[in-house]
Write a protein that binds this ligand. Structure first.
Ligand SMILES: *Cc1c(COP(=O)(O)O)cnc(C)c1O
Length: 378
């Protein structure tokens, strides 16, 4: 096993090391950036400036704020391999998934993963019930026979396993079945390359690896080629062409703005723009390389008493790993007391996330050292 000095050397050679100073970080080892990312310094400053703009400029601020969801969307597009004008920052993942699913599903079965994140499953259960459609929950790859919609997570929220995005996208296209990717655990964690692989629809979180803060709005992606044909099931005034010409019948904007609904949370939207820009500045290729190296060190240093519950092949893992132990809940609480913050998922899983913008190799080494100290000697 590598020593702490080896971890220090990896930090000294890390080309992304300086990005850590761009965050406001308390004195803890934070391994939960896949639940809530840390606060960038630029975001703290931007929110302070916006607060001042609100205080002094009042309603005049809207001249600048109206385009904010599109600007933040363009910043996210740079991180997920989409083109400018294909991403909008609005609402939650739950609401965006509903909007896209309801827009593209006409008939046929709705197919999702059995282990999908609960909110994704609930949205699809509700839609299937309203439409009288079958909801098919798949254990493995999606079965496209009779399917009218597939919703798939790129990175599994529990195990961190990466789905075959190019392969599933190609199969759905060949079969003519609309496919929505959920990028919650991949946006900012690994390269996604939506356009390269021909993926046309996606939703994802911004408060995880994009570090935009609690409750920051999600993103919604529709490839240019599909935008004009699709209508959000929620007809809101922010989607309307000539929004302030208020007496006209509903006629949605031609571009991605047609997926807006009501007034966007401007402070939080600005935080998405800052978080995504910082990620793009570091570059997804460099971030992925460091993430893989951090996770490799973590797995190498795992105490024998905990079992890896994530794929052992680095190419099939995202930026977190799940480990199992019968006392996982107690161990998680004890780690937090020892200033190491992971998270616990019932019944016996500890999730350990590395966030290459601010996690150091010594953080990973020290966290595993503290975990080992909590376990009986093997
Ligand atoms: C975090 C997460 C969500 C969160 O949805 P919200 O509506 O933004 O709360 C949804 N799906 C997946 C897969 C997630 O990991």
């Amino acid at each position: 096993m590598r020593s702490r000095a080896d971890a220090e050397r990896l930090d000294a050679e890390d080309p992304l090391a300086a990005f850590r100073e761009r965050f406001v970080l308390p004195k803890v080892i934070y391994l939960d950036g896949n639940s809530l990312g840390a606060q960038p310094v630029a975001t703290r400053d931007r929110i302070a400036a916006l607060s001042e703009q609100w205080a002094t400029g009042l309603v005049r601020g809207w001249d600048e704020w109206l385009d904010a969801p599109r600007r933040a969307g363009d910043a996210v597009a740079a991180v997920i391999g989409a083109h400018p004008g294909e991403v909008i920052c609005t609402d939650s993942v739950t609401v965006n998934l509903y909007k896209l699913a309801a827009a593209v599903h006409t008939d046929g079965a709705i197919v999702a993963q059995r282990r999908a994140f609960p909110t994704d499953r609930y949205v699809l259960e509700g839609l299937a019930e309203a439409r009288g459609a079958e909801l098919r929950l798949a254990a493995g790859e999606p079965d496209l026979d009779g399917a009218g919609l597939v919703v798939w997570s790129h990175v599994d929220y529990r195990s961190g396993e990466i789905a075959d995005l190019p392969g599933i996208t190609w199969r759905c296209r060949e079969a003519g079945v609309p496919l929505i990717w959920d990028l919650c655990h991949s946006a900012g964690a690994l390269p996604v390359d939506l356009a390269t692989h021909g993926a046309e629809l996606a939703v994802g979180c911004t408060y995880k690896y994009l570090n935009a803060g609690p409750g920051s709005p999600a993103f919604l992606y529709v490839a240019h080629a599909r935008q004009a044909q699709l209508r959000s099931p929620i007809w809101g005034w922010f989607a309307q062409r000539d929004q302030f010409d208020m007496e006209r019948a509903y006629d949605p904007q031609p571009g991605i703005e047609r997926f807006l609904a009501g007034t966007p949370p401007i402070l939080a939207v600005a935080a998405v723009e800052e978080g995504a820009r910082l990620t793009a500045e570091a570059g997804m290729t460099a971030l992925r390389a460091k993430s893989v190296a951090l996770v490799e060190l973590l797995i190498e240093c795992l105490p024998d008493a905990v079992a890896l519950a994530s794929p052992s092949d680095p190419a099939r893992r995202g930026s977190h790993v799940a480990v199992r132990h019968p006392d996982a809940e107690r161990l998680t609480a004890q780690l937090i007391e020892a200033d190491v913050i992971p998270d616990f998922r019932t019944p016996d899983v500890i999730r350990l996330a590395v966030t290459p913008l601010y996690t150091r190799f010594v953080d990973v080494w020290d966290a595993m050292d503290r975990l080992r100290a909590l376990l009986p000697p093997s």
